[in-house]
Write a protein that binds this ligand. Sequence first.
Ligand code: HEC
Length: 105
Amino acid sequence: MRGFRYTVATVATLFASTATLANPFGGANLENGRKMHAEHCVACHAEKFEGDAARMYLRSDHKVKSASALTQQVTTCVTMLKLGWFPEEELDVAGYLNKEYYKFK
Ligand code: HEC
């Protein structure tokens, strides 16, 4: 009986971690993220790269190298801009950027 319980717990843990690995931004509303990013973030990034905002994320020496770094950088930009977003909104934008550009697993 004990062994069985242990197995159930292990399988549940494995499933949980697989889900996290498959999508570090699970639950993000990507369409909302796209909109918020277009409204608040693109213009300034575009200005830095001759109108091509995507290069901020795709330049060869870009800074963000992991899902957690992406989350942090989004929070940093949102805080710097004093946008006062909810954590869910930051998640939406981070999830959108990940799907579109970074593709962290
Ligand atoms: C006023 C200008 C400005 C605005 C607006 C802005 N950013 Fe940025 N962002 C920057 C600059 C400058 C950098 C590059 C910093 C560096 O290279 O050290 C940057 C870098 C980033 C990066 C890292 C790119 C990399 O190197 O991988 C992310 C992610 C990012 N911004 C997200 C956002 C998000 C999300 C928003 C909207 C909430 C936003 N930024 C709005 C100026 C801005």
